[in-house]
Design a binder for this molecule. Sequence first.
Ligand SMILES: NC(=O)c1ccc[n+]([C@@H]2O[C@H](COP(=O)([O-])OP(=O)(O)OC[C@H]3O[C@@H](n4cnc5c(N)ncnc54)[C@H](OP(=O)(O)O)[C@@H]3O)[C@@H](O)[C@H]2O)c1
Length: 212
Amino acid sequence: MKNISKVAILGGGGRTGKYLVKQLLEIGFSVKLLLRNPDNFTIQNSRIEIIKGDAIDEESIGLLLQDCQAVISTIGQRPGEPMVASQATKNILNAMKNHGVQRYVLLAGLNIDTPFDKKSPKTIMATDWMKTNFPEIQKDRQLTYDLLTKSNVDWTQVRVPLIVFSDESSEISVSLEDCLGDKISAFDISKFLVKEMVESNYNKQSPFISAI
Ligand SMILES: NC(=O)c1ccc[n+]([C@@H]2O[C@H](COP(=O)([O-])OP(=O)(O)OC[C@H]3O[C@@H](n4cnc5c(N)ncnc54)[C@H](OP(=O)(O)O)[C@@H]3O)[C@@H](O)[C@H]2O)c1
């Protein structure tokens, strides 16, 4: 794998995304962000580059990935907007091929099913709740997983329960079968996403992580 110095980020202006951007900068990475409204983004650093654009637009993602060696997405569905997860992933996979990028790490909820799951009744209940209340989002997220499994890139899809937006840090559990806790902080998610980007401990897998 190529050494990673610049990371393309989708969702970097979102609640979890901001923690991720801060951590990447603190460690010394350069970041390139795709933002629809750059004026709302307040983190300032000479190692931040911003592309104004939408994740469902293929050209914007192409520009985003140029000169980057890895992609991390914490993108989330906004109500009333076209489904974003699968289209963004289609665009990212295309752009990765065009720009020779091999590493893609993305964040998701518990609701995606994989053949390796042994979900507890509680996790099944959370999954079913999404299926009943947000069927379109659920379908789009599941489709995203299918696109990843058919791709040739080194992807890791990280599944999390309720996110607490804080700098709190605790020990976390990681499981490929079930979510073992109820919540996790945005700080600990970011730490895991960055570590995973670099180390690829869960390449082509979809681990659940949560606070112990
Ligand atoms: N919040 C939770 O408790 C929770 C629990 C489990 C899993 N998750 C998952 O974790 C991820 C992050 O959650 P979050 O709560 O931090 O998200 P968030 O604050 O809602 O942020 C979502 C980000 O996605 C961006 N985005 C949405 N559509 C876009 C598009 N078409 N083009 C470009 N950017 C787009 C938003 O940009 P704009 O500002 O331009 O809209 C925003 O920066 C999501 O995938 C979510 O499903 C969240």
